[in-house]
Design a protein. Sequence first.
Length: 118
Amino acid sequence: MAELIRGQIAVGLLVPGARLPSVRQLARDMSIAPGTVAKAFRRLVAEGFVVTRLGSGTRVAEHSGLLPSAVLAALRRSIEDADRHAVSIEQLHAALDAMWTAEHPTPPDRAATASWSG
């Protein structure tokens, strides 16, 4: 769940200041346990992607991680190419993960990803 929201923030589908649904509403919409959503929200708060304020709910943080436009453009081109060649999202994800791991043998600090800027 946290990965999905983080991804939506990274590509600009969720913009800074956007209000997220409540834990209960999102759990209902996604057909998952409220505890799973609450855990994802806590993780996203800790990473700096969202902020939670009593009375105003959970919102995308002002300096959350929209990817740089050049990276977004490259990703769009990769998706278009993958589509043309009937590459599944699972294959694309596995390839990206393998390439990243080969270039960065030490796992990245997840908290550091909260400060992407574009």
